[in-house]
Design a protein around this ligand. Sequence first.
Ligand code: SF4
Length: 166
Amino acid sequence: MELPKEASVTGVQVAYYIICKRKLWLFSHKITMEHTSEKVAMGRMLHEESYGRKKKEIGIGSIKIDFIENKGEIHEVKKSKSLEDAHEWQMLYYLYYFKKLGMDMKGKIDYPLTRQRVDVTLTEEKEKQLEQILREIQSITGKDSPQEPVKLPYCKSCSYFNFCWC
Ligand code: SF4
């Protein structure tokens, strides 16, 4: 089965759509400050320390997932549940992506620091919502400029904080 053109977006873009539309635009236009962020390095360390090097990241087309287990379980490793909604939609996108490739997968979000695991299921309703989100991502990233910054609780820990507010 062929992927729809909306599936050219990445899982990170889906998460950023949920977190902040401005962040989505900045990231999509390669205005990226993540490489200077200690958080990204900490995320990588968390993955390696929790699961070792055996569970390797897997890249398929535009998506990159943390690891696959038990022949059909997609896992994403996250530090905390503070952005749980974004984590869920990112995983729903991965499930959708695999579904379009003809593979029925299960989604698990792992929070090793709190030893929690959250199951994610792609229902028909979520799939429709996701397709709308993918269209909106295309529309936002196709614009010439980002939306103005809006104060969000997340801003303080966002890598674009100085860019938006200083
Ligand atoms: S600092 Fe706030 S407004 Fe700016 S990109 Fe980050 S979340 Fe969005």
